[in-house]
Design a protein around this ligand. Structure first.
Ligand code: 13P
Length: 236
């Protein structure tokens, strides 16, 4: 196996300062480097400096990147509560999750705002990991796909019914959807899967040529669960 999977821990709104430090301590104890995966962790904005510091102290900078869970579509100015790309890169953030279905649903994020966020992330050389659950959302992205976006973007297919439900989508159906996503956006755009991924089911997805990584929610909250996923990927 010579594929390097991008495995992203999406911590959502679950971690505080203590948990973050504890997580990295535990992770460091058992983490093994492998050519089979690259790890990124996306905490809340407030935990970003804490996580970066903990990763530095654990000597994991080469192995673990820090992503944000969102980016403002605005650059600077009178936008209360927003966090911009220039602030993220100042801390050393390398990527950003954009358009998660939870933001689309609970915070009213539109395709238009998501496209602006993709452009903003690209401008700051942050990797935009854009979550989609249907083809209309993919079509919307295709309308802004320049070469510089195409070189950086990752599409995360996250079917709504699979998120946090314990019922992941079947590998066959994921492949079917990713084939279509690549038809719309181009073969070179990396596609990853998210939705109830855990150590028990991850191996089912490793035969697919179309899956380049995983976006993990629930099974990223406990470091051992996340490490178990990495182990399975390493074993192939
Ligand atoms: P779960 O892994 O909890 O299903 O969450 C998936 C997800 O939304 C990752 O972004």
């Amino acid at each position: 196996m010579n594929k390097e999977y991008l495995v992203i821990a999406n911590w959502k709104l679950n971690m505080d300062v203590n948990n973050t430090n504890w997580w990295v301590d535990k992770f460091e104890e058992h983490f093994e480097e492998s050519e089979a995966y690259k790890v990124a962790i996306a905490p809340s904005f407030t935990e970003i400096p804490i996580l970066l510091n903990a990763i530095g102290e654990a000597d994991l900078e080469e192995d673990v990147e820090v992503y944000a869970q969102d980016i403002s579509q605005f650059e600077k100015g009178k936008y209360t509560g927003e966090v911009s790309g220039f602030q993220l890169i100042e801390h050393g953030v390398m990527g950003v999750i954009i358009g998660h279905s939870e933001r689309r649903k609970f915070l009213g994020e539109t395709n238009k705002a998501i496209n602006q966020k993709i452009m903003m992330a690209t401008e700051y050389d942050l990797k935009p990991v854009v979550c989609v659950s249907n083809f209309e959302q993919v079509e919307a992205i295709s309308s802004i796909l320049t070469d510089s976006i195409r070189h950086r973007i990752v599409i995360a297919y996250e079917p709504l019914e699979a998120i946090g439900s314990g019922h992941p989508d079947s590998p066959e159906h994921v492949d079917h959807v990713l084939t279509h996503i690549k038809k719309i956006l181009g073969d070179s755009v990396p596609t990853i899967y998210g939705g109830s991924v855990d150590a028990d089911n991850i191996s089912d997805y490793l035969d697919s040529d179309l899956i380049s990584g995983f976006l993990v929610g629930t099974a990223s909250i406990k470091p051992q669960d996340f490490l178990d996923i990495l182990d399975r990927i390493h074993e192939g």
